[in-house]
Each structure stands twice: as structure tokens, then as C-alpha cells.
Ligand binder design. Structure first.
Ligand code: GDP
Length: 360
């Protein structure tokens, strides 16, 4: 009985998992991100808007809708226990280089994007090394399946069925590419398998064939993310009120002055909180004036439609308005002093972190 209560309690307080997308250049990371967030950032980039860091909250309703055709992949089909997904907008492993003081705590689950036509490439291998070193679980999106010979696109069905319904010649082409890529992973000492043939998810990394362009397999990819989060990752995703937050970006906004975009992983923040972050000339102590969250499914940089909040809970991406943020540094933690004597304590913490960075 006690155990039942415990499990019930813990399921009630899962936070949104933080998802990162990694892989070689041109594998389709940005297109996958766009599809997951249902935004069209790539079009903006093509129009010259530079890549910036943010995080997108994908709410449950969207996830329910998008996994309709493959709900059978999810053990808890109708009562998801995660409150949504938090997707880091910047693709690539470079993002981790800015986060060196944070260890592996940042990303809960990664999507490793591999171009089915090209297989593993240098940045795929760098990404694998980074993920395995930091023990970050990942799912492989074998992307661009629409480029297989005579591929018949269908984004309304789960990808297992869509593959079954291809002509023999398309299936053969898939098998050949797939087998090559399995060998390339084996050379990196990794066992991988199609998610629906995976003999042991603890031993084999799952592969989901996708076309980020047509959307084929994207529902299956999302379903697999949900399933993993709600089974093997529940412990990690249990919400704790101990603050864990990272500064992702410093921005100068017309009308708002300098603001910081942060990812709040655990804990809560309120207007009026005294925050301590790293600055180029030492710790910065300031007070939260406003907390802004872009509307659902819109990321921090694309929109001007913000909702202001008095209090926010992890995990989410938020923009903070406060004074004295001009010299803030990114990739480092944000602390809150709930008591006055904690200010000095956290200033010391920041100084220690800054010293470590200078010496590394
Ligand atoms: P990134 O460098 O990994 O972020 O890759 P992008 O998302 O920018 O994609 C690189 C190119 O591949 C772009 O021209 C995309 O339109 C294209 N692309 C991405 N995903 C797919 C896909 O599933 N199928 C096809 N045919 N092209 C894709």
C-alpha cells in the first residue's frame, strides 16, 4: 500500500523532460526541431535571422494529437504523466560546450539525427561521444527516408506500418541503408535497432525512421520519447523544488532593456526573487521584475506575444526582466537567495565556478 502511494505521488509530480537535438550538419536537426515545435524557424534563418538560444514548451494537447496514430507504443496511452516537452531550440552538440560546469544534468533525453543516405559523419560521432560520456539517453532519428527510392509518403500512420506498405524495391533500399548504418554504429561500440524490433531497450538504442520534411515517422518519434520518459526516466524527471536553472541567453530587447532567457529545470521562480548569476566582472545580484513566457508552442525568439507570470515552475523556458543584466554570462547556473544571508553564499558559488572556467 505504501509503495502504491509512493508511486502515485511521484507520478503526479513529473516535470517536462528537456530534449536536445544533435547530429551532423545537414542531417535535418533544424527541420526536426521545427516539426516537433510546429514552427518554421528554418525559413527565418534562410531570411537572415541569426540562430539564438531558447526553449519551446510543447503542451500535452499537441502531443496527444500528434501521437494519435501510434498511441499503442505508449503504455499509459490516455493518461500521460509528463506535463509536456521542453525542447531546446539550438541544435547541435556545441550547446554542451557552453554548459561545462553543469555536467550531465541539463538534457534529459536527446534525439540523434542521422541522414539515412549518408550514415554516420564526424559530428554524429562527436555527438555520440558526448552523449555516452554524459550518460544522456538518446533516440536515433534515421532521417530523410523520403529520399529512398520510390518512397510513398504517409504521415498519418505509424512508421512501422508505412514501411510495411512500401514496394519491395523501396524496402530493399531501406534494408541496405539500415544495415550499413547498424554496422557504422557497431564500429562506435553501440548496439542499435529499429524501435519495434528492439530486443532490449537497455542494451540497444532505438531507431525511428523519419522524414522531418514530410512528417513521416514524427508521430512515432514523439510517442517513443513519451514512452521513454514515462518509464525508464521517471526517477530523473520527478520534480523537486530545489532550484536548478541555467542561463541560456542574454539579449538586448527593444523596450525591455537587457533580459536573460533561462531554462528552469527544477524548482520555482517568482517575481521579486533575488537572483545571483555569473557576470563578466563577477557575480551579479539583482531582482526579478517580470517573468515572461511565450505562448504555447512558440519559442522565445519568434514571437512578441508573452504571458507574464507571477510564479513559474520547472521545467520551462522563461525570459527574465531585471536590472543590471548587461554583463550576464551564458551556460551557467542561476541561483535564488531566499534568505539575505544566502546572497553571499551564492556569490561565492559563482566565483568558484568562474575560477574553474578560467582555469580550464
Ligand atoms: P541541420 O544542419 O542538421 O540543422 O539540417 P537542416 O534541418 O537545416 O536540413 C538540411 C537540409 O536537409 C535542408 O535543405 C532541409 O530541408 C533538408 N531536410 C531536412 N530533413 C529532411 C527530410 O526528412 N527529407 C528531405 N528530403 N530533406 C530534408
Amino acid at each position: 500500500y505504501h509503495e502504491l502511494c509512493e508511486s502515485h505521488r511521484s507520478t503526479k509530480i513529473l516535470r517536462a523532460p528537456i530534449i536536445c537535438v544533435l547530429g551532423h550538419v545537414d542531417a535535418g536537426k533544424t527541420t526536426i526541431l521545427d516539426n516537433l515545435r510546429q514552427t518554421h524557424v528554418q525559413d527565418n534563418e534562410a531570411g537572415g535571422i541569426t540562430q539564438q538560444i531558447g526553449a519551446t514548451n510543447v503542451p500535452l494537447e499537441t502531443i496527444y494529437k500528434r501521437t494519435e496514430m501510434c498511441r499503442k507504443m505508449i503504455t499509459r496511452k490516455d493518461d500521460f504523466i509528463i506535463p509536456g516537452l521542453l525542447i531546446i531550440d539550438t541544435p547541435g552538440h556545441e550547446i554542451f560546450k557552453n554548459l561545462r560546469s553543469l555536467g550531465s544534468s541539463f538534457c534529459d533525453l536527446a534525439i540523434l539525427v542521422v541522414d539515412i543516405m549518408h550514415g554516420l559523419a564526424p559530428q554524429t560521432i562527436e555527438s555520440i561521444e558526448l552523449l555516452t560520456k554524459r550518460q544522456i539517453p538518446f533516440i536515433i532519428a534515421l532521417n530523410k527516408i523520403d529520399l529512398l527510392y520510390d518512397w510513398k509518403s504517409n504521415n498519418k500512420e505509424n512508421i512501422e506500418l508505412v514501411l510495411q506498405e512500401q514496394s519491395q524495391i523501396t524496402k530493399n533500399h531501406f534494408e541496405k541503408r539500415y544495415n550499413d548504418i547498424i554496422c557504422q554504429f557497431a564500429q562506435q561500440n553501440l548496439n542499435v535497432a529499429l524501435y519495434y524490433k528492439n530486443p532490449d531497450p537497455n542494451e540497444f538504442y532505438s531507431i525511428v525512421p523519419t522524414s522531418a520534411r514530410s512528417g513521416d515517422g514524427m508521430g512515432s518519434l514523439i510517442a517513443l520519447i513519451i514512452e521513454k520518459c514515462q518509464t525508464t526516466l521517471t526517477k530523473r524527471l520527478t520534480y523537486t523544488d530545489e532550484l536548478q536553472a541555467t542561463v541560456m541567453e542574454v539579449k538586448s530587447n527593444y523596450g525591455y532593456g537587457t533580459t536573460i532567457d533561462i531554462v528552469l529545470i527544477n524548482g520555482h521562480l517568482s517575481v521579486g526573487d533575488k537572483i545571483i548569476i555569473a557576470g563578466q566582472e563577477g557575480p551579479i545580484v539583482t531582482q526579478i521584475r517580470r517573468l515572461l513566457i511565450p505562448e504555447s508552442n512558440q519559442e522565445l525568439r519568434v514571437t512578441n506575444q508573452y504571458q507574464t507570470h507571477e510564479k513559474v515552475k520547472g521545467a520551462c523556458g522563461i525570459r527574465i526582466l531585471a536590472t543590471d543584466l548587461e554583463k550576464s554570462m551564458v551556460g551557467l547556473p542561476l541561483f535564488v537567495a531566499r534568505q539575505t544571508d544566502e546572497i553571499d553564499y551564492f556569490k561565492n558559488e559563482i566565483e568558484t565556478i568562474l575560477k574553474t572556467i578560467l582555469n580550464s
